[in-house]
Design a protein around this ligand. Structure first.
Ligand SMILES: NC(=O)c1ccc[n+]([C@@H]2O[C@H](COP(=O)([O-])OP(=O)(O)OC[C@H]3O[C@@H](n4cnc5c(N)ncnc54)[C@H](OP(=O)(O)O)[C@@H]3O)[C@@H](O)[C@H]2O)c1
Length: 268
């Protein structure tokens, strides 16, 4: 994971940086010497993290408060950055909803689609093009194991995470010989405040242990440039091998839905 700054440039931008995985990416990249641009809605935790990184690693840290569900989020970010180039981009932010598809308003699903698919597409359209012009850059798209098969009670979220992976893989092919590396990280359960706040119940003794955000980040930053996408963590890779290669698609979809139902005590 060393040498990322020498390879990719000076400034990293993390969309969804105020806590959990986003904060862990920001910390790891600042530790490598990148100046960081931190984006999320809540300014207070962003400012705290920015101060911490400035003091610990003597890097420049900039905060941009932005709701990535806004249709003009990319324009807001471009305006805040001015001419400043972004060399390393992490799209980490996401919205999710756990429960039966019809038991929340359509607006929730549209918001999930906006933050998890439409905004990253717009952000990559602009910042990816800038990286290609300089023939240098790196992009991490956070995907999820929920996107590896239909995921009942996470139907919209899972579908957007499948999009994130497939989108990144396609761009990996298009950009691989043009100096821009892109990777989709398919994480499993990760002990972020967001995940822990959902109060997941343990469903079986064979369930993979949640990774720490730092574990996910180290693995991702080690793998970037080597593969279009990967599954984070050995036990998640094993679980995914069983689900994708040994089970029928029907069995995998059933197992995913049954596990989520049990995990969140869903009566439906
Ligand atoms: N945690 C897991 O178990 C897990 C598993 C698989 C995949 N993933 C993937 O990993 C990524 C991180 O997930 P996480 O839930 O664990 O979150 P996290 O990294 O702990 O935090 C999510 C970040 O996104 C920001 N964010 C959320 N909605 C936003 C919006 N509309 N505009 C701007 N910023 C926004 C949040 O800040 P504000 O609230 O301040 O805006 C926060 O900084 C996601 O892409 C997720 O799909 C996570």
């Amino acid at each position: 994971m060393n040498g990322l700054k020498e390879k990719y440039g000076h400034t990293a931008m993390i969309a969804g940086a105020s806590e959990g995985l986003g904060a862990a990416y920001a910390t790891a990249l600042a530790k490598q010497g990148f100046d960081v641009v931190l984006i999320a809605r809540r300014v207070e935790p962003l400012n705290e993290l920015a101060d911490k990184l400035r003091n610990a690693y003597k890097v420049q840290s900039t905060v941009i408060a932005c709701d990535l569900a806004d249709k003009d989020a990319t324009e807001q970010i471009k305006l805040a950055l001015g001419e400043r180039p972004i060399d390393f981009l992490v799209y980490n932010a996401c919205v999710s909803y756990i429960g039966p598809f019809l038991e929340t308003e359509i607006e929730t699903h549209l918001r999930i689609a906006e933050v998890n698919m439409i905004t990253p597409m717009k952000i990559l359209y602009h910042f990816g093009a800038e990286m290609l012009k300089r023939r240098r850059g790196a992009i991490v798209m956070m995907a999820s194991m929920a996107g590896l098969q239909g995921s009942g009670y996470l139907s919209t979220y899972g579908a957007t995470k499948a999009f994130d992976r497939i989108f990144a893989e396609g761009l990996w092919y298009e950009w691989k010989n043009k100096g821009v590396d892109i990777i989709a990280c398919c994480a499993g359960a990760t002990a972020t405040p967001n995940y822990l706040n959902t109060n997941p119940k343990k469903t079986s003794i064979f369930e993979p242990k949640a990774q720490t955000p730092e574990e996910v980040v180290v693995e991702c930053l080690t793998k970037i440039g080597q593969t279009p996408s990967y599954i984070s963590g050995r036990s998640n890779r094993f679980a995914s091998f069983l689900m994708q290669k040994l089970f029928s698609r029907k069995a995998a979809v059933n197992m995913m839905g049954d596990t989520t139902k049990k995990m969140y005590d869903i009566k439906y």
